[in-house]
Design a protein around this ligand. Structure first.
Ligand code: ATP
Ligand code: LTN
Length: 333
């Protein structure tokens, strides 16, 4: 049935266990938006292989990630949850769009520069053309909004540039998507290296909080979080990156403003503050963890969800792909 709801698409790579950063930057918004939009949420396994993955681990993480999407409040009956590699149109449109994405544009992508600097022995072509595939993910569904963390803004801008270029040649084929980035939580930093993004494929010594971490592990991570040599809880990302990051996390979990947090902890030491941040994170993640663990044990349910999701996603994606193939002059098979 056709409806007038706007469309959302977003995805997360199964490149590691999902972190508090992934949750506050993206997933939390997905759940909030999923009631009012027509949503497609995917697990982008094709993007994940731009870094070497262990096959058994990749399979396990993909299923676990699906369970965690649902546990975060995304109802699989009202939203389309699917695995990217199950819908061949992504690879197909990805190739087409790589022919409409410029070498210079791809060379400017910060994520490519960061990842190739960190992984000099595996700078593969997929890592470079990754944004063309991401553009295909988004444009196939004619998405209006793409809820992501701050680091993905540049990729969405590129997606728009590619869509404008393509539409300029062939007419209005693609809708131009907008990023949807949370005001608080758009870039959660590593608790041990607070000038680095908390990242699931770069788990450092205790600086990363995972969605499936036990309450004890979470409390331990926060108690050890790096702060500074002052004692005041004050928001100042340049001078006090550790404390500012903890404030950001506390604010994202409680909806309290930075000034309310500064008042709450005035005259108290960092010990109390870290304890409180740990506690709100434990309570935020507790229901998610419990539900995810229950779903991970129910493999046949997850199989039903992703099979159903792939079918629904493919129906939409193929409509766009067929239109593109016609426009560019491919003979319909
Ligand atoms: P990888 O380390 O493999 O690059 P990642 O941890 O950066 O992975 P992604 O799959 O790249 O995770 O990102 C999934 C979504 O979560 C994206 O929308 C991204 O912007 C968001 N995100 C990831 N990490 C953070 C973070 N630290 N703070 C806020 N948002 C984040
Ligand atoms: N590039 C993103 C993951 C991603 C994505 C997408 C996000 C792939 N395809 C489509 C939103 C929409 C990342 O590295 N976080």
């Amino acid at each position: 049935m056709e409806n007038n709801k706007k469309t959302i698409l977003s995805g997360i790579q199964p490149s590691g266990a999902m972190t508090l950063g992934t949750y506050l930057g993206a997933l939390k918004n997905w759940a909030a938006l999923s009631e009012t939009y027509d949503c497609y949420f995917t697990i982008v396994d094709m993007h994940a292989i731009t870094a070497r993955q262990d096959p058994a681990e990749l399979r396990k993480r993909t299923l676990s990630q699906l369970a965690q999407y649902i546990a975060c409040g995304i109802d699989p009956q009202n939203n389309t949850l699917f695995i990217q590699s199950h819908v061949p149109a992504h690879a197909q449109l990805g190739w087409v769009l790589s022919c409409y994405t410029m070498f210079g544009e791809l060379s400017r992508m910060t994520q490519f520069k960061d990842k190739s600097a960190k992984n000099a022995e595996n700078i593969n072509a997929g890592l470079f053309t990754y944004p063309s595939l991401m553009a295909a993910d988004i444009l196939l569904y004619q998405a209006d909004l793409v809820p992501v963390g701050d680091d993905q803004k540049q990729h969405i801008e590129l997606t728009r540039d590619v869509a404008v270029r393509f539409n300029g040649v062939y007419g209005d084929v693609f809708k131009l998507p907008e990023p949807y980035i949370p005001k608080i939580g758009a870039r959660i930093m590593d608790l041990q290296s607070p000038t680095e993004k908390m990242s699931k494929s770069e788990i450092s010594g205790g600086g990363c909080v995972l969605l499936l971490d036990s309450p004890d592990d979470i409390m331990r991570s926060f108690k050890r979080a790096k702060t500074d040599s002052e004692t005041s809880v004050r928001h100042d990302p340049a001078e006090k990156p550790g404390v500012s990051n903890l404030m950001q996390i506390y604010s994202a979990c409680t909806n309290k403003s930075f000034s309310a947090i500064e008042d709450e902890f005035a005259g108290k030491g960092y010990g109390d503050f870290k304890q409180s941040v740990g506690e709100v994170v434990v309570e935020t993640l507790r229901p998610i963890r419990e539900e995810a663990l229950r779903l991970i044990a129910d493999k046949s349910y997850l199989e039903t969800i992703y099979a159903q999701g792939a079918q629904k996603a493919a129906a939409t994606a193929n409509r766009t792909l067929n239109k593109v193939y016609k426009k560019i002059g491919f003979i319909t098979a």
